[in-house]
Design a protein around this ligand. Sequence first.
Ligand SMILES: [Zn+2]
Length: 387
Amino acid sequence: MLKAIKIRIYPAEEQRTRLSIQFGCARFVYNNALEYKQTVYKETGQNVSFHNLITRLTQLKEEFPWLGEADSQALQQSILHLKNAYVNFFEKRAMFPKKKKKHSRKQSFQYPQRVKIDSDKIYLPKVGWVEAILHRPIEGMIKTVTVSLTPTGKYFASILTDDGIAVPEPLKDLHEEDVEAVDLGLESFYTDSNGGKIANPRFLKRAANNLRKKQQSLSKKMKGSSKRNKARMQVAKAHEKVANARSDFQHKLSYHLAGENQAVGMEGLRVKNMLKNRRLAKAIGDAAWGGFMNKVGYKCLRLGKRFVKIDTFYPSSKTCSQCTNIMDELPLNVRVWTCPVCKSFHDRDHNAAMNIKHQTILELKAAGCTVSARRGLRKTSELEAAA
Ligand SMILES: [Zn+2]
């Protein structure tokens, strides 16, 4: 099973210089390969293969001898990242790959191997042994190590390991109670198919005053002054705090969802369309649903649970979950409604979550699962208590 652990590392001054060379070279190789690939395509209509781009590295190193200061495998890894960016684009998960900027929000590069770890230090090729804080021993084989630098000047190493243990096989015979669906929203962060609601923490909104003040103070400082640098760091720190709080919240919640159920259903989001509504765009960005969905998805995978993403075009809000009557219209501000056909009274989000659950069950069945209506033990904790 693959596991990722992120640790803080504390490079000495000289090591920071060597790290910045690694960041720079990895970025250069990525941008250069992207540009080369695009140019060749424009001029000849030919697709340069990623294998070719990797072989081309030798030539590139002759042309730019300073690339020799970078770890050569980390440079190859840059090409593989470009390949992933292309794949994500062609599978419609991402925009077309863009050049990486020197002053981007976060800098990173990746070692595919040869990283060693001791109790309080980590060995990074071309950099040396770097002081680190490990909260627990790293188990299993190290697959990759990604080193990153945040805008607030913190260095991290994300270590991906494989413990050699197979991922548990998800159950095939399920009860309806094993399946939970959630409807993501802004009123509540989500409403589940049992009617439970999780309040939307609105991290960005809560920090808005603080962020505005810090931003204003930054804009008043003279360009290139040390005070301006200090103010820029303050802004970055405030943003980092928001991002950390959000990530922490989403990790806990996704762990709970994946851990307590055998299958979790969610609705694919037409976020792009929703972002066109400028009034809502900020709140939607703050909720960061996409990131949450990813977290639930990979946690389910690791725990041997099933994750179902249902069709974006399914009218989960407008359908009555009791009689399947579909309303012509149900404006966003209508929070409760009564079905004109069967007279059921609905909480908008709970009704949507029940429909998503229904749809999830259909997809599970289509994938070869049985989903029985018999009341079983639902929660993992209940199953453990009964064992
Ligand atoms: Zn109805």
